[in-house]
Design a protein around this ligand. Structure first.
Ligand code: PBG
Ligand code: ZN
Length: 326
């Protein structure tokens, strides 16, 4: 065989300018959404030990953080609340003066051009740490829908730009959509955590949001980690019920799910690079075993290459700074 008998794929890899020209996946600052943890109190900026660089912050610090996020060119934030007090039904989650409702109002007042996404679930607000109303050891689906709808409505009234239910109850998108529509929020989009797995990668988040279940687990509502056809059924259901954006969560270990969902439905598709994904990269870097910046870029590129249109990530500020210097 002569040298001319085969193609040389390496030709396009020698010159960095050529490499740039043929690159198939590009990260943009507009791809990213930054999660924030809003805590009750004043003057609070409490580090989350398992998530270096992530803090629980009181409202005035959240607002300052939002200005920085906006100035970096990141389009939006997603908010989680840590209330002063928790109870059986998570009533702070749907209180007009709840931690999230106050946080949304403060951000929309001072950083009105930043997209504010409200995470809708009960586990940060309930004394038992579960995502819904608990009777015995069951998380009761249909009673929970009533409360989820109230959470969504009060967030909408506070000024949220997008509602993001993360609870995984059946029928929540229909219930929330109907409530929003009945209260003049017909045009408020829903980003559904559609294919959310019962994942161990949420461990550090449960420190950050203080929402670990006090007994049992989330396997009766979150998906089995082994399933992908079921993810298709979840997404299909959420779209039928009115979801505008669908999400796969976690991201890095579920790239096949992102790809299937994107190909099957051609919907705006979000992926959540969750706390455990972030913490593992941070820990590996702190030990000097991996290059944090390169792994950050590689992990986010993989998620986008798999089909995600938007990525929720604790690296949002870091990747924005990285993209600025390219
Ligand atoms: C609440 C919620 C969780 C996450 C987002 N919303 C935790 C859970 O379901 O246990 C996880 C986010 C992360 O790990 O970064 N339902
Ligand atoms: Zn929950």
């Amino acid at each position: 065989m002569s040298n001319l008998d085969f193609r040389r794929l390496r030709r396009l890899r020698y010159n960095p300018i050529v490499r740039d020209m043929v690159r198939e996946t590009h990260l943009n600052k507009s791809d990213f959404i930054y999660p924030l943890f809003s805590a009750h109190g004043e003057n609070i900026k409490k580090p989350v030990s398992s998530m270096p660089g992530v803090y629980q912050m009181s409202i005035e610090n959240i607002v300052e953080e939002c200005k920085e996020v906006r100035d970096l060119g990141i389009p939006g934030v997603i908010l989680f609340g840590i209330p002063e007090a928790k109870d059986e039904v998570g009533s702070d989650a749907y209180a007009e003066e709840g931690i999230i409702q106050r946080t949304i109002r403060a951000i929309k007042k001072e950083v009105s051009d930043l997209l504010v996404i409200g995470d809708v679930c009960m586990c940060e607000y309930t004394s038992h740490g579960h995502c819904g109303v608990v009777h015995g050891d069951d998380i009761v689906n249909d009673e929970t829908l009533v409360l989820l709808s109230k959470i969504a409505l009060t967030q909408a009234e506070a000024g949220a730009d997008i509602i993001a239910p993360s609870d995984m109850m059946d029928g929540r998108i229909a219930a929330i959509r109907q409530t929003l529509d009945n209260h003049k929020y017909k045009n408020l989009p829903i980003m559904s955590y559609s294919a959310k797995y019962a994942s161990a990668y949420y461990g550090p988040f449960r420190d950050a949001a203080e929402g670990a279940p006090k007994f049992g687990d989330r396997k009766s509502h979150q998906m089995d980690i082994a399933n992908v056809n079921e993810a298709i059924r979840e997404v299909e259901e959420d779209i039928a019920e009115g979801a505008d954006i669908v999400m796969v969560k976690p991201a890095g270990a579920y790239l096949d799910v992102i790809r299937r969902v994107k190909d099957e439905f051609a919907m705006p598709t979000a992926a959540y690079q969750v706390s455990g994904e972030y913490s593992m990269i941070k820990a590996g870097a702190q030990l000097g075993w991996i290059d944090e910046e390169k792994i950050m870029v590689e992990s986010l590129t993989a998620i986008k290459r798999a089909g995600a249109d938007m990525i929720l990530t604790y690296f949002a500020k870091d990747i924005a700074r990285y993209l600025d210097k390219q």
